[in-house]
Design a protein around this ligand. Structure first.
Ligand SMILES: [Zn+2]
Length: 65
């Protein structure tokens, strides 16, 4: 029996739990189409808006769809 591999485009928008590299503060970020997000405790850039999939600057602990 032939298995069909239908490619369903995965939604690129998801949430990630990111730990700040500077102060270890953990924040949940939405990674798509948002503005730049700063760490609330040390003002490091946690997420940089690139116009599409955002760039995460901290340590990704967990991703949540
Ligand atoms: Zn921080």
């Amino acid at each position: 029996m032939k298995k069909h591999n239908i490619m369903i485009p995965k939604p690129r928008s998801n949430f990630v739990k990111v730990e700040c590299e500077s102060c270890k503060n953990v924040k949940i970020l939405y990674t798509y189409g948002t503005k730049t997000v700063l760490c609330p405790s040390c003002n490091s850039e946690l997420l940089t808006n690139t116009g599409g999939q955002a760039k995460i600057n901290g340590n990704i602990i967990e991703t949540m769809d």
